[in-house]
Design a protein around this ligand. Structure first.
Ligand SMILES: [Zn+2]
Ligand SMILES: [Zn+2]
Length: 288
């Protein structure tokens, strides 16, 4: 390691990290808070901290408390955007509380909201009064973008099969792509779509273990097929239901690693995924 000399014109070291304010999914896990449900806090920046873009994705129940009690805290007043993959409670329960925190109860109009249209309209989960505190609204559509938040480009995936409007998010920053694959039923096109973005890291919601029930969520076997097909450098599983938790996600992650020959993590509450370090390590870019 060692500190690089600050030669003129040197590339600043890019830092992309994802703090997991929650890793629980499914009604029971969320209702009992067996795992927290605060979503993910993305940071994109250089190590000098001249510009850090912060985006909170899927602020489920407890997100605000989890953000403020994190060490160091995730500061809502520093947020640049709040994004929802879809309007279900485990992804959006705290969205209005986060908007109020981001805007100081509406006194400071700032930031951006990204969400499918049905989160804003009809039976909105983003209350219109709260949406009014935020100057920029991006209505997400399928396979579109870039939606820009500072220097971060966000593209949406194919529409997921999940009842309400649901899109995955592909974050592109400084030549790296982090994809987030939220909830939804498995279909082949999912693999093609995510592979098309060639993500360096793939965060994937794996709610179910091995279920014959026909539901709008990925099982572990389907997640394995997606990870194998997309082939990111690093995969992170999260959003676990009870059966997944019983099977010890960390152990399943190690199994997948051996099987697929790529880095696989199982997220835990409060964990920070240091995406750039892990991606660069695999790419062999680490300075000797
Ligand atoms: Zn959902
Ligand atoms: Zn969910």
């Amino acid at each position: 390691m060692g500190v690089a000399s600050s030669a003129e014109g040197e590339e600043p070291h890019v830092v992309i990290s994802v703090r997991f304010l929650g890793t629980g999914g499914a009604r029971f896990v969320v209702a009992r808070q067996i795992r927290a449900s605060g979503g993910m806090w993305f940071r994109f920046g250089d190590e000098r901290g001249t510009q850090i873009t912060q985006i909170h994705v899927d602020p489920g129940p407890g997100a605000l408390v989890r953000a403020l009690s994190a060490l160091p805290p995730c500061e809502p007043l520093e947020l640049d955007a709040i994004a929802l993959s879809h309007k279900h409670l485990d992804h959006a329960g705290d969205v209005n509380a986060m908007i109020e925190a981001m805007t100081q109860g509406g006194w400071r109009r700032r930031g951006a909201l990204l969400a499918p249209r049905d989160a804003f309209e009809g039976e909105p989960v983003i209350f219109p009064y709260a949406a009014g505190f935020v100057p920029t609204h991006h209505y997400l559509k399928e396979r579109s973008g870039p939606y820009r938040v500072n220097d971060v480009d966000i593209f949406t995936s194919v529409r997921h099969l999940h009842g309400v409007e649901t899109y995955g998010l592909h974050f592109r920053y400084a030549g790296r792509t982090i994809s987030y694959l939220p909830c939804g039923r498995f279909f082949e096109e999912l693999i093609d779509d995510y592979r098309g973005h060639a993500p360096d890291a793939l965060i994937i919601n794996v709610l179910r273990y091995h279920d014959t029930m026909d539901v709008d969520h990925l099982t572990f076997d389907q997640a394995r097929a997606v990870i194998a097909g997309v082939r990111p450098k690093v995969a992170v599983m999260t959003h676990f239901g009870t059966r997944m938790l019983e099977r010890h996600p960390e152990r399943l992650a190690r199994e997948l690693e051996g099987e697929l020959g790529l880095r696989v993590h199982a997220a835990v509450d409060g964990w920070t995924f240091d995406a750039t370090t892990e991606i660069d390590a695999v790419a062999g870019n680490t300075a000797e």
